[in-house]
Ligand binder design. Sequence first.
Ligand code: SF4
Ligand code: SF4
Length: 256
Amino acid sequence: MILAWVNGIYEGVDSFIGGMRLTARFLVENLRGQGGATAVTRQYPQEPAVVVGNRVRGHLFNKAEICIVCHACDKACPVDCFVMDGERDENNKMRASRFDIDLSKCIYCGLCVRACPTDSLSMTTGFEVDPHQDAARYLFRRSSDQLDKHLDEPDVVRMARLANQPREGLAADDRAWLDGIVNPAGEHLIGMYGMGYFTPEQKAKADAERERKKKEKEAAAAAAKAAKAALEKAAAEKALAEKEAAAAVAKPEAGA
Ligand code: SF4
Ligand code: SF4
């Protein structure tokens, strides 16, 4: 209880310092005129939305293929927007099976983007979500009871495919399936960037491939070690033989 309290204070102070550090950095960039930093107010939507600098904070986007599920963004976020999970692929690298950002909570502070070591997380320059554009594949309204529905990789592929079609045109089973996962009237706007969990077959395949690569690597290392030992042994034997030959030459000379 006390530990949780102390931890809460620590996290609060830590995110305060992180926020102030970012503000200070932006101040310096503003003073230097970097990043299209001048403050601009537009009467949107009366005035058209235009990109006013490369620091525009539009929608959060995660390029899951290069995300290493390190949780740095999660730790930096002051309002706990992230839910992520990963599993190891055939190359022993973490892959983002699930990567949800609750944009209903997001305050668009940008701390997570700054914390990301792989630049997989970014903020787009988009002002609005156009259902006919790419964003519709990632941004979904979900109700609370849908947030923890497990999605395998084929589910994610199916969801992205169905979400890009008009709902009325979907087959009844597709529509029912999609309605169980997303809800246009749901209270959470979730950016769903995860690649989906491996199915048991995909997982078994990845595990077997990883094991095969591990054994191959170990065998190569053992072979390299054995070759090195053989070289060292041959060099030692040669040195000994040379020493003995030198001693044999030196002995008669000494006798004479
Ligand atoms: S931009 Fe949103 S998700 Fe990122 S740290 Fe800030 S509040 Fe969290
Ligand atoms: S988005 Fe970036 S910071 Fe967040 S888990 Fe992935 S690699 Fe780490």
